[in-house]
Design a protein around this ligand. Structure first.
Ligand code: GAF
Length: 382
Protein backbone atom coordinates (compact mmCIF):
# COMPACT_ATOMS: atom_id res chain seq x y z
CA UNK A 1 0.00 0.00 0.00
CA UNK A 2 1.31 3.51 -0.75
CA UNK A 3 2.12 5.76 2.19
CA UNK A 4 -0.81 8.07 1.48
CA UNK A 5 -3.15 5.05 1.51
CA UNK A 6 -1.75 4.09 4.93
CA UNK A 7 -2.17 7.66 6.17
CA UNK A 8 -5.74 7.64 4.83
CA UNK A 9 -6.56 4.49 6.77
CA UNK A 10 -5.05 6.01 9.93
CA UNK A 11 -7.12 9.15 9.43
CA UNK A 12 -10.46 7.63 8.48
CA UNK A 13 -10.38 4.05 9.79
CA UNK A 14 -11.01 2.45 6.39
CA UNK A 15 -8.99 1.94 3.21
CA UNK A 16 -9.32 4.42 0.32
CA UNK A 17 -11.09 3.36 -2.86
CA UNK A 18 -8.12 4.69 -4.82
CA UNK A 19 -5.28 7.19 -5.06
CA UNK A 20 -5.09 9.87 -7.75
CA UNK A 21 -2.37 12.42 -8.47
CA UNK A 22 -1.68 15.45 -10.64
CA UNK A 23 1.50 17.48 -11.19
CA UNK A 24 2.51 21.09 -10.76
CA UNK A 25 3.74 22.87 -13.88
CA UNK A 26 6.44 25.06 -15.29
CA UNK A 27 5.56 27.37 -18.15
CA UNK A 28 8.33 27.24 -20.73
CA UNK A 29 7.03 30.41 -22.40
CA UNK A 30 3.79 32.38 -22.85
CA UNK A 31 3.06 34.39 -19.71
CA UNK A 32 -0.22 36.28 -19.13
CA UNK A 33 -1.30 35.29 -22.62
CA UNK A 34 -3.84 32.65 -21.55
CA UNK A 35 -6.61 34.97 -20.32
CA UNK A 36 -5.96 37.12 -23.42
CA UNK A 37 -6.92 34.12 -25.62
CA UNK A 38 -3.32 33.69 -26.78
CA UNK A 39 -0.79 30.84 -26.76
CA UNK A 40 1.07 29.05 -23.95
CA UNK A 41 3.69 26.30 -23.80
CA UNK A 42 3.86 24.75 -20.31
CA UNK A 43 4.89 21.30 -19.15
CA UNK A 44 3.89 19.18 -16.18
CA UNK A 45 6.70 18.65 -13.65
CA UNK A 46 7.78 15.64 -11.61
CA UNK A 47 6.33 17.07 -8.40
CA UNK A 48 2.81 15.90 -7.69
CA UNK A 49 -0.19 16.30 -5.41
CA UNK A 50 -1.98 13.12 -4.30
CA UNK A 51 -5.58 12.56 -3.31
CA UNK A 52 -6.49 9.33 -1.53
CA UNK A 53 -10.26 9.08 -1.72
CA UNK A 54 -12.82 6.67 -0.27
CA UNK A 55 -16.54 6.62 -0.96
CA UNK A 56 -19.15 7.14 1.76
CA UNK A 57 -22.79 6.19 1.80
CA UNK A 58 -24.07 9.71 2.47
CA UNK A 59 -23.61 13.09 0.69
CA UNK A 60 -20.82 14.43 2.93
CA UNK A 61 -17.39 15.46 1.68
CA UNK A 62 -14.81 15.10 4.46
CA UNK A 63 -11.40 16.67 3.74
CA UNK A 64 -8.08 16.29 5.47
CA UNK A 65 -4.52 17.02 4.39
CA UNK A 66 -1.03 16.21 5.57
CA UNK A 67 -0.23 19.95 5.76
CA UNK A 68 -3.13 21.36 7.84
CA UNK A 69 -4.63 20.10 11.08
CA UNK A 70 -8.27 21.02 10.66
CA UNK A 71 -10.79 18.65 9.07
CA UNK A 72 -13.28 20.34 6.73
CA UNK A 73 -16.71 18.89 6.01
CA UNK A 74 -19.31 20.01 3.49
CA UNK A 75 -22.52 18.62 2.04
CA UNK A 76 -22.75 17.96 -1.68
CA UNK A 77 -26.24 19.46 -1.43
CA UNK A 78 -25.07 22.82 -0.11
CA UNK A 79 -21.88 23.77 -1.98
CA UNK A 80 -21.44 27.48 -2.57
CA UNK A 81 -18.26 29.40 -3.44
CA UNK A 82 -19.10 32.01 -0.80
CA UNK A 83 -18.53 29.56 2.04
CA UNK A 84 -15.18 28.27 0.79
CA UNK A 85 -11.73 29.34 1.93
CA UNK A 86 -8.16 28.09 2.45
CA UNK A 87 -6.83 24.99 0.70
CA UNK A 88 -10.19 23.20 0.89
CA UNK A 89 -11.72 25.83 -1.45
CA UNK A 90 -9.75 24.26 -4.34
CA UNK A 91 -11.29 20.84 -3.58
CA UNK A 92 -14.84 21.92 -2.80
CA UNK A 93 -14.64 24.44 -5.66
CA UNK A 94 -14.06 21.61 -8.13
CA UNK A 95 -17.18 19.73 -6.95
CA UNK A 96 -19.18 22.96 -7.09
CA UNK A 97 -17.81 23.84 -10.57
CA UNK A 98 -18.89 20.43 -11.87
CA UNK A 99 -22.46 21.28 -10.87
CA UNK A 100 -22.08 24.73 -12.46
CA UNK A 101 -20.99 23.04 -15.70
CA UNK A 102 -24.35 21.25 -15.78
CA UNK A 103 -23.05 17.87 -14.64
CA UNK A 104 -25.67 15.93 -12.73
CA UNK A 105 -24.27 15.16 -9.27
CA UNK A 106 -27.60 14.08 -7.75
CA UNK A 107 -26.38 10.47 -7.54
CA UNK A 108 -22.83 11.30 -6.41
CA UNK A 109 -21.80 9.72 -3.11
CA UNK A 110 -20.05 11.52 -0.29
CA UNK A 111 -16.27 11.08 -0.10
CA UNK A 112 -13.49 10.96 2.48
CA UNK A 113 -10.43 12.71 1.03
CA UNK A 114 -6.82 12.97 2.17
CA UNK A 115 -4.46 15.30 0.32
CA UNK A 116 -0.67 15.20 0.29
CA UNK A 117 1.61 17.29 -1.91
CA UNK A 118 5.23 17.77 -2.91
CA UNK A 119 4.51 20.82 -5.10
CA UNK A 120 5.87 23.81 -3.17
CA UNK A 121 3.14 26.33 -2.29
CA UNK A 122 3.69 29.97 -3.33
CA UNK A 123 6.56 29.07 -5.68
CA UNK A 124 4.65 29.78 -8.91
CA UNK A 125 4.57 26.07 -9.78
CA UNK A 126 0.78 25.70 -9.64
CA UNK A 127 0.24 23.76 -6.47
CA UNK A 128 -3.37 24.92 -6.77
CA UNK A 129 -3.91 23.42 -10.24
CA UNK A 130 -2.25 20.19 -9.09
CA UNK A 131 -4.79 19.96 -6.27
CA UNK A 132 -7.77 20.82 -8.48
CA UNK A 133 -6.75 18.33 -11.15
CA UNK A 134 -5.99 15.47 -8.73
CA UNK A 135 -9.39 15.73 -7.07
CA UNK A 136 -11.15 16.49 -10.37
CA UNK A 137 -9.85 13.23 -11.84
CA UNK A 138 -10.83 11.35 -8.67
CA UNK A 139 -14.37 12.81 -8.67
CA UNK A 140 -14.79 12.03 -12.36
CA UNK A 141 -13.71 8.40 -11.90
CA UNK A 142 -15.55 7.73 -8.63
CA UNK A 143 -18.80 9.40 -9.70
CA UNK A 144 -18.68 7.72 -13.13
CA UNK A 145 -18.61 11.05 -14.99
CA UNK A 146 -16.03 10.06 -17.60
CA UNK A 147 -14.87 13.65 -18.13
CA UNK A 148 -12.00 14.20 -20.58
CA UNK A 149 -8.78 15.97 -19.62
CA UNK A 150 -9.68 19.33 -21.14
CA UNK A 151 -13.12 19.36 -19.49
CA UNK A 152 -11.48 18.70 -16.13
CA UNK A 153 -8.98 21.49 -16.81
CA UNK A 154 -11.86 23.90 -17.51
CA UNK A 155 -13.62 22.82 -14.30
CA UNK A 156 -10.42 23.44 -12.32
CA UNK A 157 -10.16 26.90 -13.82
CA UNK A 158 -13.74 27.76 -12.87
CA UNK A 159 -13.03 26.57 -9.31
CA UNK A 160 -9.99 28.84 -9.18
CA UNK A 161 -11.84 31.83 -10.67
CA UNK A 162 -15.01 31.57 -8.60
CA UNK A 163 -14.26 29.67 -5.39
CA UNK A 164 -10.78 31.10 -4.85
CA UNK A 165 -11.36 34.42 -6.61
CA UNK A 166 -8.29 34.52 -8.87
CA UNK A 167 -9.00 35.72 -12.47
CA UNK A 168 -6.60 33.17 -13.96
CA UNK A 169 -6.63 31.47 -17.37
CA UNK A 170 -6.46 27.82 -18.44
CA UNK A 171 -2.66 27.45 -18.54
CA UNK A 172 -2.02 25.71 -15.22
CA UNK A 173 -4.89 23.22 -15.29
CA UNK A 174 -4.24 22.34 -18.96
CA UNK A 175 -0.59 21.55 -18.15
CA UNK A 176 -1.53 19.51 -15.08
CA UNK A 177 -4.14 17.48 -16.99
CA UNK A 178 -2.44 17.12 -20.39
CA UNK A 179 1.25 16.85 -19.48
CA UNK A 180 3.33 14.06 -21.08
CA UNK A 181 6.82 12.80 -20.35
CA UNK A 182 9.49 14.71 -22.33
CA UNK A 183 6.85 16.99 -23.88
CA UNK A 184 5.42 20.45 -23.41
CA UNK A 185 1.74 21.23 -24.03
CA UNK A 186 1.09 23.78 -26.76
CA UNK A 187 -2.31 25.29 -26.01
CA UNK A 188 -4.24 27.78 -28.10
CA UNK A 189 -6.30 29.46 -25.38
CA UNK A 190 -8.80 30.79 -27.92
CA UNK A 191 -9.79 27.53 -29.61
CA UNK A 192 -8.68 25.50 -26.57
CA UNK A 193 -6.94 23.06 -28.91
CA UNK A 194 -3.86 21.47 -27.38
CA UNK A 195 -1.05 19.31 -28.70
CA UNK A 196 2.15 17.85 -27.25
CA UNK A 197 5.48 19.32 -28.41
CA UNK A 198 8.61 17.17 -28.00
CA UNK A 199 11.34 18.88 -25.94
CA UNK A 200 14.29 16.53 -26.63
CA UNK A 201 16.07 17.69 -23.48
CA UNK A 202 17.76 14.38 -22.68
CA UNK A 203 19.04 13.85 -26.25
CA UNK A 204 20.62 17.31 -26.08
CA UNK A 205 22.04 16.72 -22.57
CA UNK A 206 20.00 19.63 -21.23
CA UNK A 207 18.17 20.05 -17.95
CA UNK A 208 15.69 22.55 -16.61
CA UNK A 209 16.50 24.31 -13.37
CA UNK A 210 13.78 25.87 -11.27
CA UNK A 211 15.02 28.80 -9.20
CA UNK A 212 12.48 29.51 -6.46
CA UNK A 213 12.92 33.09 -5.24
CA UNK A 214 10.84 32.50 -2.10
CA UNK A 215 9.19 35.85 -2.76
CA UNK A 216 5.53 34.99 -2.21
CA UNK A 217 2.93 35.67 -4.83
CA UNK A 218 -0.84 35.68 -4.45
CA UNK A 219 -3.10 35.60 -7.49
CA UNK A 220 -6.40 36.43 -5.85
CA UNK A 221 -5.14 39.90 -4.94
CA UNK A 222 -2.76 42.58 -6.12
CA UNK A 223 -0.66 42.73 -9.24
CA UNK A 224 -2.09 39.79 -11.17
CA UNK A 225 -5.58 41.29 -11.13
CA UNK A 226 -4.15 44.70 -12.07
CA UNK A 227 -2.44 43.22 -15.15
CA UNK A 228 -5.65 41.41 -16.09
CA UNK A 229 -7.47 44.77 -15.86
CA UNK A 230 -4.79 46.55 -17.98
CA UNK A 231 -5.21 43.97 -20.72
CA UNK A 232 -8.99 44.37 -20.67
CA UNK A 233 -8.61 48.15 -20.83
CA UNK A 234 -6.14 47.86 -23.72
CA UNK A 235 -8.44 45.58 -25.69
CA UNK A 236 -11.45 47.86 -25.06
CA UNK A 237 -9.58 50.98 -26.20
CA UNK A 238 -8.28 49.21 -29.31
CA UNK A 239 -11.80 47.99 -30.13
CA UNK A 240 -10.90 44.28 -30.11
CA UNK A 241 -12.58 41.49 -28.13
CA UNK A 242 -9.25 40.05 -26.95
CA UNK A 243 -5.58 41.01 -27.35
CA UNK A 244 -5.16 37.86 -29.43
CA UNK A 245 -6.48 39.93 -32.32
CA UNK A 246 -3.58 42.41 -32.15
CA UNK A 247 -0.57 41.41 -34.28
CA UNK A 248 3.05 42.56 -33.88
CA UNK A 249 2.54 44.64 -37.05
CA UNK A 250 -0.46 46.33 -35.41
CA UNK A 251 1.59 47.62 -32.46
CA UNK A 252 2.47 50.96 -34.06
CA UNK A 253 -1.22 51.78 -34.45
CA UNK A 254 -1.87 50.57 -30.90
CA UNK A 255 0.81 52.92 -29.52
CA UNK A 256 -1.06 55.91 -30.92
CA UNK A 257 -4.28 54.91 -29.14
CA UNK A 258 -3.05 53.86 -25.71
CA UNK A 259 -1.44 55.55 -22.74
CA UNK A 260 2.23 54.65 -22.35
CA UNK A 261 1.77 52.07 -19.57
CA UNK A 262 -1.19 50.27 -21.16
CA UNK A 263 0.76 50.16 -24.43
CA UNK A 264 3.64 48.36 -22.74
CA UNK A 265 1.24 45.84 -21.17
CA UNK A 266 -0.32 45.21 -24.58
CA UNK A 267 3.10 44.96 -26.25
CA UNK A 268 4.13 42.26 -23.81
CA UNK A 269 1.09 40.13 -24.60
CA UNK A 270 1.35 40.60 -28.37
CA UNK A 271 5.08 39.89 -28.58
CA UNK A 272 4.82 37.03 -26.09
CA UNK A 273 2.23 35.30 -28.27
CA UNK A 274 4.64 35.53 -31.19
CA UNK A 275 7.47 34.17 -29.03
CA UNK A 276 5.38 31.12 -28.14
CA UNK A 277 4.75 30.40 -31.82
CA UNK A 278 8.44 30.95 -32.59
CA UNK A 279 9.45 28.63 -29.73
CA UNK A 280 7.22 25.83 -30.99
CA UNK A 281 8.69 26.27 -34.47
CA UNK A 282 12.28 26.40 -33.17
CA UNK A 283 11.80 23.28 -31.06
CA UNK A 284 10.61 21.24 -34.01
CA UNK A 285 13.08 22.64 -36.53
CA UNK A 286 16.24 22.95 -34.45
CA UNK A 287 15.67 21.57 -30.95
CA UNK A 288 15.84 23.06 -27.44
CA UNK A 289 19.21 24.80 -27.84
CA UNK A 290 17.49 27.16 -30.28
CA UNK A 291 14.98 28.63 -27.81
CA UNK A 292 17.37 30.52 -25.52
CA UNK A 293 17.02 33.95 -27.13
CA UNK A 294 13.22 33.66 -27.10
CA UNK A 295 13.28 32.82 -23.38
CA UNK A 296 15.59 35.74 -22.65
CA UNK A 297 13.42 38.11 -24.69
CA UNK A 298 10.37 36.90 -22.76
CA UNK A 299 12.13 37.58 -19.46
CA UNK A 300 13.04 41.12 -20.63
CA UNK A 301 9.46 41.75 -21.73
CA UNK A 302 8.06 40.60 -18.37
CA UNK A 303 10.62 42.78 -16.57
CA UNK A 304 10.34 45.96 -18.63
CA UNK A 305 6.91 45.96 -20.31
CA UNK A 306 4.64 43.88 -18.09
CA UNK A 307 6.61 44.69 -14.91
CA UNK A 308 5.87 41.44 -13.08
CA UNK A 309 9.37 40.32 -12.10
CA UNK A 310 11.22 40.99 -8.83
CA UNK A 311 14.98 41.70 -8.35
CA UNK A 312 15.63 38.13 -7.14
CA UNK A 313 14.19 36.69 -10.37
CA UNK A 314 15.96 39.19 -12.66
CA UNK A 315 19.35 38.56 -11.09
CA UNK A 316 18.84 34.78 -11.08
CA UNK A 317 18.05 34.81 -14.82
CA UNK A 318 20.91 37.15 -15.76
CA UNK A 319 23.38 35.11 -13.72
CA UNK A 320 22.22 31.80 -15.14
CA UNK A 321 22.65 33.08 -18.71
CA UNK A 322 26.03 34.68 -17.92
CA UNK A 323 27.22 31.27 -16.64
CA UNK A 324 26.18 29.25 -19.66
CA UNK A 325 22.41 28.69 -19.52
CA UNK A 326 20.78 28.37 -22.95
CA UNK A 327 18.07 30.76 -21.72
CA UNK A 328 16.30 31.82 -18.54
CA UNK A 329 13.00 33.48 -17.65
CA UNK A 330 10.47 33.91 -14.91
CA UNK A 331 7.68 31.33 -15.03
CA UNK A 332 4.10 31.75 -13.84
CA UNK A 333 2.06 34.71 -12.68
CA UNK A 334 4.95 36.80 -11.37
CA UNK A 335 5.56 39.16 -8.43
CA UNK A 336 7.81 36.48 -6.96
CA UNK A 337 7.64 32.74 -7.46
CA UNK A 338 10.18 30.98 -9.65
CA UNK A 339 12.35 31.39 -12.73
CA UNK A 340 13.53 28.58 -14.98
CA UNK A 341 16.77 28.10 -16.85
CA UNK A 342 17.51 25.61 -19.63
CA UNK A 343 21.07 24.48 -18.85
CA UNK A 344 23.65 21.98 -20.11
CA UNK A 345 23.42 19.04 -17.68
CA UNK A 346 27.19 19.20 -17.15
CA UNK A 347 26.96 22.84 -15.99
CA UNK A 348 23.78 22.61 -13.89
CA UNK A 349 25.53 22.53 -10.50
CA UNK A 350 27.91 25.36 -11.36
CA UNK A 351 25.09 27.54 -12.68
CA UNK A 352 23.00 26.88 -9.56
CA UNK A 353 25.98 27.77 -7.36
CA UNK A 354 26.64 30.96 -9.34
CA UNK A 355 23.00 32.05 -8.97
CA UNK A 356 23.01 31.38 -5.23
CA UNK A 357 26.19 33.40 -4.67
CA UNK A 358 25.07 36.28 -6.91
CA UNK A 359 21.87 36.64 -4.89
CA UNK A 360 23.79 36.42 -1.60
CA UNK A 361 26.27 39.07 -2.78
CA UNK A 362 23.39 41.37 -3.69
CA UNK A 363 21.86 40.87 -0.23
CA UNK A 364 18.80 39.16 -1.71
CA UNK A 365 16.86 36.17 -0.37
CA UNK A 366 18.51 32.75 -0.81
CA UNK A 367 16.82 30.78 -3.60
CA UNK A 368 16.04 27.07 -3.67
CA UNK A 369 17.27 25.58 -6.94
CA UNK A 370 16.33 22.15 -8.27
CA UNK A 371 15.83 20.35 -11.57
CA UNK A 372 12.45 19.36 -12.99
CA UNK A 373 11.59 16.80 -15.63
CA UNK A 374 8.61 17.09 -18.03
CA UNK A 375 6.18 14.49 -16.72
CA UNK A 376 2.79 12.88 -17.07
CA UNK A 377 -0.41 14.74 -16.22
CA UNK A 378 -3.22 13.70 -13.87
CA UNK A 379 -3.77 9.97 -13.39
CA UNK A 380 -5.11 7.29 -11.13
CA UNK A 381 -2.16 5.73 -9.29
CA UNK A 382 -3.86 2.84 -7.52
C1 GAF B 1 -0.85 32.04 -13.25
C2 GAF B 1 -2.25 31.80 -13.75
F1 GAF B 1 -2.90 30.88 -12.97
C3 GAF B 1 -2.26 31.35 -15.20
O1 GAF B 1 -3.58 31.24 -15.65
C4 GAF B 1 -1.44 32.32 -16.07
O2 GAF B 1 -2.16 33.51 -16.31
C5 GAF B 1 -0.09 32.60 -15.44
O3 GAF B 1 -0.20 32.99 -14.08
C6 GAF B 1 0.67 33.67 -16.18
O4 GAF B 1 1.00 33.23 -17.44
O5 GAF B 1 -0.13 30.85 -13.21
Amino acid sequence: MTSIAVAFEDAYGHAPTGVWSAPGRVNLIGEHTDYNHGYVLPFAIDRRTWAAVGTRDDRTLRLRSTFADAEVTASLDALSPEGMDGWSAYVLGVAWAMGEAGIDLSHATGLDILIDSEVPVGAGLSSSAALECAVGQAFSDLWGLDLDALSLARIGRVAENRAVGAPTGLLDQAASMLGREDHAVFLDCDTEQARPVALHLREESLQILVMNSHVDHEHATGGYGARFASCERGARTLGVTTLREVTPEGLDDARAQLDEETFRRVRHVVTENQRVLDTVAALSAKGPRAIGELMNASQASMRDDFEITVPEIDLACDTAVAHGAVGARMTGGGFGGSAIAVVPASAADDIAAAVTSALALAGLREPTIFTVVPSQGARRDS
